[in-house]
Design a protein around this ligand. Structure first.
Ligand code: KIV
Ligand code: NA
Length: 263
């Protein structure tokens, strides 16, 4: 049966965990979804892992639409979440146009990076039938403003704002909050503060779901490997087994462990 926003809410209410992985093409979408991963993220990380750019900023709405279509063609029942690329949702009007393109390409939900400035946009999309995931913490599209890829929410003021932003966005109709590179305790606090599911990456094992970039979790990424990444192909002899191992370890709470977590 196809995964919906309700499935994820039920998983949260039951105190269970769900998984998310990125995919950008039909073959991986097929592998990931048939293994039982609940959510596939068509991430703008494709700007880095597919296109070889050093940030996600060059990714266009056209790029996202193309890869969303590819993933939709291979998908076996996962919920498809597509990233709204850099500066494609700077105004609520622009956000609605971009979201329409991605939804018509096969997405079931769109993801936007940012806090309370997106309350109105979230409400408008929600009213028009478009589920949203709001990405807080380390938001790669604002890397130039953050001055690098750094853990977010370490100062009390920044942490408090992340909590109030998450609550405001949930009240505005957001369906998922995604937290990237935030201390474990803060991620736990936010997960308890909202009724909607919270997905983490580099946010400890207390969130309702986990996400990784598929290239990272298969050990295919060269160069710097962030602390929160685990190579699941190590000790497994197929991509399928690696994905199954990831699902198992997320559901049991074994991943992420201390070594993949920020304090
Ligand atoms: O683009 C992406 O893959 C993402 C995840 C890292 C959350 O946004
Ligand atoms: Na992204």
């Amino acid at each position: 049966m196809a995964v919906t926003v309700n499935t994820l809410k039920e998983i949260k209410q039951a105190g269970d965990k769900f998984t998310c992985l990125t995919s950008y093409d039909a073959t991986f979408a097929q592998l990931v979804s048939s293994a039982g991963v609940e959510v596939i993220l068509i991430g703008d990380s494709l700007g880095m892992v597919l296109q070889g750019n050093d940030s996600t900023l060059p990714v266009t709405v056209e790029d996202m639409a193309y890869h969303t279509q590819c993933v939709a063609n291979g998908n076996q029942g996962a919920l498809l979440m597509a990233d709204m690329p850099f500066m494609s949702y700077a105004t609520p009007e622009q956000a609605m146009e971009t979201a329409a393109v991605l939804m018509q390409s096969g997405a079931h939900m769109v993801k936007l990076e940012g806090g309370d400035w997106l309350v109105e946009t979230t409400r408008l999309l929600s009213e028009r039938g478009i589920p949203t995931c709001l990405h807080l913490g380390l938001t790669p599209q604002t890397v130039n403003k953050m001055g690098g890829y750094k853990v977010q929410g370490r100062q009390d003021q920044q942490a408090d704002k992340m909590v109030t932003d998450a609550v405001a966005l949930a009240e505005a109709g957001a369906d998922i909050i995604l937290l990237e590179c935030v201390p474990c305790d803060l991620a736990e606090k936010i997960t308890q503060a909202v009724d909607i599911p919270v997905i983490g990456i580099g946010a400890g094992n207390k969130t309702d779901g986990q996400v990784l970039v598929i290239h990272d979790m298969l050990g295919a990424t060269t160069g710097h490997r962030p602390k929160f990444v685990k190579n699941f192909l190590e000790g497994n002899n197929s991509i399928q087994a690696a994905i199954e191992n990831y699902i198992q370890d997320v559901k049991s709470g074994a991943f992420p462990s201390e070594e993949h977590t920020f304090k």
